[in-house]
Design a protein around this ligand. Structure first.
Ligand SMILES: [Fe+2]
Ligand SMILES: [Fe+2]
Length: 309
């Protein structure tokens, strides 16, 4: 199977099943998960356009969108299902954008394109896991309004380097903070299924950020700072504040292979999200008790996994 056909199938699918279907998976079940798709006809570069979605998964108007539930409200199962629903949409947007990146950058190095195919498999699985978890909690994916946070960055991504900086080293890097944070929050409310899901996603995210770090170094001139190169190639609406959460996970970044300077300078970045990208947290309808091991509440506005898949 050609990579282009694989990417088109996902990007242009107008059903969720189509986006999660993966005829390439069987081909890829080889030692170490190395993809075996062919890439002889990568085709012409495709400009960004909003991908097809089935009617129940279309992006809601701004007026219809719900705010991400406040941390303190997550004692309520309905608030947890809404949160997981939002995270599921982040995964779906990420995998659609990754499919687009394969269409947009046909001349990118083979390792870059094969690596993206591999990561898409993970994002499909993440989406599937969230959909299943939402269903297990009594709702369906599509029951709540969906936003287009990730897609808004896409038109500004022009080449593999800006792609890596925006997707893998911003949205996915932030998940190195968000996933463990939410794992602890969910566990504090005895939702061990959701906590385990966050744990699984964190483990995969390490590899996705590692991929980003590898290609950033590849595109950084010898002797130059990878972090400076990252900063200078972030597309509009993609500030470095979106690359971190409110609890900085230094160890996670080391595990993802980011270099010492990169980690130190990321830690120094003001964690306040960019004002135009912030979703205000939803005020809890009543003030619930906090989980026993809940960390201090962040004072910042929650952008959460809109800085993540
Ligand atoms: Fe990811
Ligand atoms: Fe993911």
């Amino acid at each position: 199977m050609e990579i282009r056909a694989f990417a088109e199938q996902i990007f242009y699918a107008d059903t969720l099943e189509g986006k999660l279907e993966n005829p390439a998976a069987a081909l890829m079940r080889v030692p170490h998960g190395i993809p075996t798709l062919s890439d002889e006809q990568p085709g012409d570069a495709v400009e960004w356009q909003c991908p097809s979605r089935p009617p129940h998964l279309e992006i809601a108007s701004k007026r219809q969108r719900k705010r991400l539930p406040h941390i303190e409200s997550l004692r309520d199962p309905e608030m947890r299902v809404r949160t997981l629903h939002a995270f599921g949409n982040h995964e779906l947007m990420a995998l659609e954008m990754m499919a687009w990146a394969l269409l947009a950058f046909p001349t990118a190095p083979r390792g870059f394109r094969m690596g993206l195919v591999r990561i898409i498999l993970d994002e499909q699985e993440h989406t599937r896991l969230y959909v299943e978890r939402v269903r297990a909690m009594g709702a369906e994916f599509g029951d709540f309004p969906l936003n287009d946070h990730f897609w808004r960055i896409a038109p500004q991504i022009k080449d593999p380097l800006t792609w890596v900086c925006a997707m893998h080293l911003t949205l996915e890097q932030a998940n190195l903070d968000h996933a463990p944070y939410y794992e602890r929050i969910f566990r504090g409310f005895d939702d061990h299924e959701a906590a385990s899901l966050m744990q699984r996603i964190f483990a995969d995210e390490l590899m996705h950020v590692r991929f980003g770090g590898h290609w950033l170094r590849h595109y950084t001139p010898k002797g130059s700072s990878a972090f400076e190169h990252f900063l200078s190639h972030l597309p509009a609406y993609c500030t470095p504040t979106r690359a971190r959460g409110f609890e900085f996970n230094e160890e996670g970044r080391r595990m993802a292979g980011l270099d010492d300077e990169f980690i130190r300078r990321m830690a120094e970045i003001d964690r306040q999200p960019a004002p135009d990208l912030v979703e205000q947290p939803t005020a809890p309808s009543q003030k619930p008790a906090r989980p026993p091991d809940a960390p201090p509440l962040p004072r910042i506005k929650l952008d959460l996994l809109s800085s993540k898949p």
